[in-house]
Design a protein around this ligand. Sequence first.
Ligand SMILES: [Cu+2]
Length: 210
Amino acid sequence: MLVLGLVFAAIPPALAAHDTNPSEPVRSYTYRLDGVANNAPGATGTVRLTALPNGKIQVKIRAEGLAPNLPHAQHLHGILDETGTRFVPGSCPTIARDQNGDGLVDTLEGVGDYGLVRQSLTTTGDTSPSSALAVDRFPVADDSGSLSYTRTFTPTDPMVWEGLGALEVVIHGVDLNSSGGYDFEAGVSPLNPALPLEATLPALCGGPQG
Ligand SMILES: [Cu+2]
């Protein structure tokens, strides 16, 4: 009895709910990724998010027009409802969110639209929000600014699996002055002054409401 209890306790509620319906279809969401406001003109892409029956999530991204040969932090962002137990559909910020008048929408200025980081789309290792700025574990765009990414992982929180269709995909990193690197000419990141604004600026965004 004790062993059985432990086994069941280990199954995320989202999965346990599906025990009576083994034919539950795989949920999949495909979005276009568009440049955030005026941050990254010419950047574009697509993403496919899939909630697998085993509680894992598969993310497939193809993007182009990004800063070449530079790492691009990328995340699933989400807005929780007032109960804090489920995600409500997010959206992508427009230039109307530019509060400091610099002509850009930085990561924090967009947070009201897409919410906080819920999952870090790293290439290896941890995918939790604590890896949000793990720049050495994010995909690097190639010579022509293209990026492709596929990873299947167990989400940090079962809520992410359950609410996958409400989350936004955000890809960061813009080389504003085409210097070939992320530099401090445009200032520091609002997330961490040790990082340039360019490194965390949202470049592409896509989700259930654009
Ligand atoms: Cu992000």
